[in-house]
Design a protein around this ligand. Structure first.
Ligand SMILES: Nc1nc2c(ncn2[C@@H]2O[C@H](COP(=O)(O)OP(=O)(O)OP(=O)(O)O)[C@@H](O)[C@H]2O)c(=O)[nH]1
Ligand SMILES: [Zn+2]
Length: 203
């Protein structure tokens, strides 16, 4: 069996995973509760499509961020300065409304001895984003996974996102960008290093 993702990052797992048929029935119930007829031709296949879509939105529950980070390698040049990836796109869903939130992440780490394939950092973002999240929790989980998985001397993250639950319902604020920050290790201790990160993100 695949190792569970960082234990502290997974809350109560469902004691019994409902069947696909039960999931589709739940979608029919929501359609009927909304006031439409789930049996009418246009909606007939919707429960199937929604179940497929949920499989995609939430496939991060089946994935292991630390496993993605296991394949580190030594950099022959001995490079040990900040590695920064800017504008990593992510798509997630808020745990309050199951509504999408979309945005970008800027992520830096300070390697100890080993570096990691750049794509793996974007994969870690994707794994945690494809779960029910708050933006704060998402930011924290990515940061701790990178710190732990890479034994990094420091990790810095800024995430900026627009929340559909604030745009299409509730307060109906479409233009709001929510920005979250997480600084670990040397980035937390060293304000000059943090400033370099912030300046490089702005560049
Ligand atoms: N801190 C945080 N809040 C979030 C996030 N996503 C959604 N929310 C907020 O979660 C809150 C849920 O508030 P509740 O009062 O329980 O629910 P609600 O009545 O649907 O709230 P409204 O959105 O104000 O209508 C709202 O204020 C949302 O804006 C997130 O990623 N982080
Ligand atoms: Zn929400």
């Amino acid at each position: 069996m695949k190792k569970l993702p960082l234990s502290t990052h997974v809350t109560a797992l469902s004691p019994r995973r409902p069947s696909r048929a039960e999931a589709e029935e739940a979608v029919r119930t929501l359609i009927a509760w909304s006031g439409d007829n789930p049996a009418r031709p246009g909606l007939e296949k919707t429960p199937e499509r929604v179940a497929d879509a949920f499989g995609e939105y939430f496939r991060g529950y089946k994935e292991d961020a630390l496993a993605e980070l296991a394949a580190t390698f030594e950099e022959p040049s001995g490079y040990n300065d900040m590695v920064l990836l800017k504008d990593i796109a992510f798509e997630s869903h808020c745990e309050h409304h199951i509504a999408p939130f979309f945005g970008t992440a800027h992520i830096a780490y300070l390697p100890s001895e080993r570096i990691v394939g750049l794509s793996k950092i974007a994969r870690v973002v994707d794994i945690f984003a494809r779960r029910l999240q708050t933006q704060e929790g998402l930011t924290d989980q990515i940061a701790s996974a990178l710190e732990e998985g890479l034994r990094a001397r420091g990790v810095a993250i800024i995430m900026s996102a627009r929340h559909h639950c604030m745009a299409a319902r509730g307060v109906h604020q479409r233009g709001v960008a929510t920005v979250t920050f997480r600084f670990l290790g040397e980035f937390e201790r060293d304000s000059a290093l943090r400033d370099r990160f912030m300046a490089a993100v702005r560049d």
